[in-house]
Design a protein around this ligand. Structure first.
Ligand SMILES: [Zn+2]
Length: 445
């Protein structure tokens, strides 16, 4: 990731130095774009309870040589390289005669991240059956795999393991906030407690025990399971934010949590409406309500995934729907990898209530192919948006470091809270890495 250097004019109110003036914040920030570097620095300065007046120096990219003769510069540059950020505040006061270093005293109680992750783990173990006819008898939820396990996840695994994003705090810290892909056992990947044993077996046998033919029912079930997992995950993060905001004192963190809660609430409400549409069709066994396109490959898969997306931009970077439009429900697409008789299929599907965006999305993908772009690269970039994604260890370990870095930077940029989604996030990014070749396409509309 790049390191940017930014300078702010700030006001520091610290009882130890009542006449402090000419205060400035010098920031070294590890980010993918200058815009994200500004947002990230501003968030952390506010978190220190310091008021920002203006930017004195707009972000520019720096490297180690820029600070060679300057001890303080080198120290902060290296700290940023390790931790993702370093801020140094400078000011003049009559009470301190020679240059002296002080630590910022934060007057607010802030929850530690360890506590936060503990709560997350506790919520994750709390299951709930999401079947449309769930009753109190559904008390024993099981760990279901949202990525088909028997032929899909297992087929990319090596010694029972795959690479997936790590949520360990030590990994996040070590990699300066950027994602780390770590070897995980199959039972630690893609599972969620969203169904009781009875309903899980009853519903998912056609996809868990048989390869994708495809039938409408199979595609429907792949899509339905992705929707249920997303509801389960979003409900957990919503509850976690609500619990955290009540215990938080720092205004900058409260503001951040408020925005997260608002976004999650809107996303979750829309998601519940989508699930209701799926439930209605499922009840009537009306599997024709699903529309899909499947890109079929006869090679061995190197990735396995399942995920959902409200697409905001198409493959040409054209804006197609707006987040946070209170009057309009966002249309939803689901993406899954599924085992086929020979090879595997990349399924893109949607309930017919999301037809407009679904069909536009596919047309835009077709346009990209017409322009002789590699469809595999486009789909690969789409896939990297999902955290419910596993890499084959043999494939990942053989990948050059430069390509791994390209993937990590791209994922960081797309999942970061500090940057907006760029209109061209699907049309540019990691290229020629996945090497997917699709021999034929199946669709039902
Ligand atoms: Zn149940």
């Amino acid at each position: 990731m790049k390191i940017y250097y930014i300078k702010f004019d700030v006001e520091i109110n610290d009882n130890r130095f009542p006449d402090l003036k000419n205060a400035q914040a010098f920031c070294w920030v590890s980010e993918t774009t200058p815009e994200a570097a500004i947002v990230k620095s501003e968030y952390f300065i506010k978190k220190d309870d310091i008021k920002i007046n203006r930017i004195i120096q707009y972000p520019y990219e720096v490297n180690h040589n820029d600070f060679e003769d300057k001890d303080i510069g080198t120290e902060n540059y290296l700290k940023c390289k390790k931790e993702g950020l370093s801020i140094l505040y400078l000011g003049i006061t009559t009470t301190v005669k020679s240059p002296t270093k002080f630590s910022i005293e934060n007057k607010y109680q802030t929850q530690n991240t360890q506590e936060f992750l503990k709560k997350w783990k506790r919520l994750k173990q709390k299951g709930k059956c999401l079947h449309y006819s769930a009753t109190n008898n559904c008390d024993h939820t099981i760990k279901s795999h949202s990525i088909q396990k028997r032929q899909m996840l297992s087929s990319i695994s090596h010694n029972g393991h795959v690479y997936a994003i790590s949520t360990d705090l030590s990994d996040i810290k070590r990699n300066a906030g950027a994602p780390t892909y770590k070897l995980k056992g199959l039972d630690q990947v893609s599972t969620f407690q969203g169904f009781c044993q009875k309903h899980d077996n009853e519903l998912f046998t056609p996809i868990d025990d048989y390869p994708l033919q495809p039938t409408n029912e199979q595609v429907f079930l792949y899509s339905y399971r992705s929707v249920c997992r997303e509801i389960y995950m979003k409900t957990n993060s919503y509850e976690l934010c609500l619990e955290s905001i009540n215990k938080e004192e720092n205004p900058a963190i409260i503001e951040f949590l408020k925005a997260t809660i608002e976004g999650t609430e809107k996303g979750l409400n829309d998601l519940k409406k989508h699930k209701m549409n799926f439930d209605k069709s499922l009840k009537k066994k009306d599997f024709l309500d699903i529309e899909y396109v499947i890109f079929c490959s006869e090679s061995k898969p190197n990735l396995a995934f399942s995920g959902l997306c409200y697409p905001y931009y198409d493959f040409q970077g054209k804006h197609i729907q707006t987040p946070f439009d209170k009057n309009k429900r966002l249309q939803l697409l689901s993406f899954c990898s599924a085992p086929m008789e020979s090879g595997w299929g990349y399924i893109i599907s949607w309930h017919k209530s999301s037809s407009d965006i679904g069909q536009h999305y596919i047309n835009s993908l077709a346009t990209a192919t017409y322009l002789k772009k590699n469809i595999g690269d486009y789909l690969f970039r789409q896939t990297l948006q999902f955290e419910n994604l596993a890499f084959s260890p043999i494939w990942w370990e053989a990948l050059e470091q430069e390509k791994k870095d390209q993937i990590i930077n791209y994922v960081y940029n797309n999942l970061s809270s500090f940057s907006d989604i760029s209109p061209d996030h699907l049309s540019s990014g990691p290229d020629g890495i996945c090497k997917w070749n699709f021999s034929y396409v199946k669709s039902n509309y």
